[in-house]
Design a protein around this ligand. Structure first.
Ligand code: ARG
Length: 460
């Protein structure tokens, strides 16, 4: 009596432990709809090529329609004994429509089947993620637009460096997420190629029309080497790399939000619904969401390491190692989607505190470079101007005031060419407005970038 799908050859049933160890159905059932979609395209092609009859094709379509309903309603009964999503669906099909179900696997192997399923599934997820990346960018552009003129200290080494527009700072993240979107589109192209028709590893003896199947599935091309087609998981590694980079961008933003909402900065508030309290300290509002996002970036980078390491020792062609691609890939998708969604909402709920930002900018001599530039315009070589300003900063430090608060007579001691107009250069707004080069922080530039991003995003 047959005990397993392949078992005429086997003299004893698989051990229970091995069964559990090798089964993937409890996670790969997530591929069910992609599996059905792939099978329907394969069956249509087999019928068109005369490999199966029109009647068999109809039976398969009817059976698969019922199975899809069962999967969607949750009524489908997944069996560990049937190992994975592919064998579960095929067994149910045969139960429903008889011999036609047994003919479906003609010219096909689970090796090209699973590679196809994962690609189909991931393609859909990439589209959802791309949409979420656009939404997050839109929210960041909105907050940037409202804060084109909001001055904050820009930092290097987390030391006050030069005044920047808060809007400009937000648009830096828009650039990052725009590149993430771009990377996703690029990965999509290479994901959207058809392995099916490669069979186990060498191709098949049946007159398959692979281009037809690719067309049915909306795929851009057909994998051109059967050995590569069944064993390549580059697309999953590449996707996880792109996801890791996006999570790192989220993590950098998270780190800034955590710093900005600390009492020592007080630059922003995030809406209460994104914070949590403390069970002991009644005054606390903790930035749990950005902190968790920062932590989850590590989790996704870990998945990238898992996938790339999974591949490194594998000889051609398919090896069971590849079954281990699914959990890291699924979790990467889930984590990235949840994170992008929650961030779009959280960014919308940020309250900006312009006064705190300005105060902080006034504290750190953020306009020192502007004084040096002023002196250069009066004819001093930049290196000499740099030195003069260092003395002025020292004086301001001992007077415990900002450069702009030093009297003209004091400033003139450092260099006689300094005139009353120096105070325009030393003001935060003067400093901001002066950086009016492409990509600079002047409000006119930031406003232009806001418009450029709006136009770009409306096309996506
Ligand atoms: N569940 C397997 C996977 O995820 C399907 C392919 C199995 N093929 C095989 N010959 N064991 O990769």
């Amino acid at each position: 009596k047959k005990t397993e799908a392949w078992s005429a050859l086997f003299s004893e049933p698989m051990s229970e432990l091995v069964k559990r160890y090798t089964a993937s159905v409890f996670f790969d059932k997530r591929l069910a709809l992609a599996d059905i979609q792939g099978s329907l395209a394969h069956a249509a092609m087999l019928a068109k090529q005369g490999v199966i009859s029109a009647k068999d094709h109809e039976d398969i379509q009817r059976g698969m329609a019922q199975i899809r309903g069962e999967v969607e309603s949750g009524a489908f009964e997944w069996k560990l004994d049937l190992e994975d999503v592919h064998l579960n669906i095929e067994a149910r099909l045969t139960q429903l429509v008889g011999d036609a179900g047994k003919r479906l696997h003609t010219g096909r192997s689970r090796n090209d089947q699973v590679a196809t399923d994962v690609r189909l599934w991931l393609r859909g997820e990439i589209d959802l993620i791309s949409g979420l990346l656009v939404e997050l960018q839109e929210k960041l552009v909105d907050i940037a637009d409202k804060n084109v003129d909001t001055v904050m200290p820009g930092f290097t080494h987390l030391q006050v460096a030069q005044p920047v527009s808060f809007g400009h700072h937000m648009l830096a993240y828009v650039e990052m997420f725009a590149r993430d979107h771009d990377r996703m589109q690029d990965v999509r192209r290479r994901t959207n190629q058809l392995p099916l028709g490669s069979a186990a590893l060498a191709g098949t003896t049946y007159p398959l029309d692979r281009e037809f199947v690719a067309q049915q599935l909306g795929m851009e091309g057909v994998c051109q080497n059967s050995l590569d087609a069944v064993s390549d998981r580059d697309f999953a590694i590449e996707f996880t790399a792109a996801a890791s980079i996006a999570m790192v961008h989220v993590s950098r933003l998270s780190e800034e939000l955590v710093i900005w909402m600390s009492q020592n900065f007080g630059f922003i508030k995030i809406a209460d619904r994104f914070t949590t309290g403390s069970s002991i300290m009644p005054q606390k509002k903790n930035p749990d969401v950005p902190e968790l996002a920062r932590g989850k970036a590590g989790r996704v980078v870990g998945h990238l390491m898992a996938l790339i390491t999974l591949m490194k020792g594998q000889p051609l062609a398919y090896n069971k190692d590849n079954q281990e691609d699914k959990e890291p890939l699924f979790d990467t998708v889930d984590t990235l989607k949840d994170t992008l969604r929650i961030f779009a909402e959280m960014v919308e709920g940020i309250t900006v505190k312009p006064q705190a930002m300005e105060q902080a900018a006034l504290k750190g001599y953020a306009t020192a470079t502007d004084l040096a530039d002023y002196l250069v315009k009066k004819g001093l070589p930049f290196r000499d101007a740099h030195e003069v300003v260092a003395h002025a900063v020292k004086a301001a430090t001992s007077h415990n005031c900002d450069l702009s608060e030093l009297p003209l007579a004091v400033l003139q001691q450092f260099n006689p060419s300094i005139q009353k107009d120096v105070y325009d250069a030393l003001s935060l707004r003067g400093s901001l407005g002066a950086r009016n080069t492409l990509g600079g922080t002047a409000p006119a530039q930031v406003k232009a970038q806001v418009e450029r991003h709006r136009a770009r995003l409306s096309q996506q």
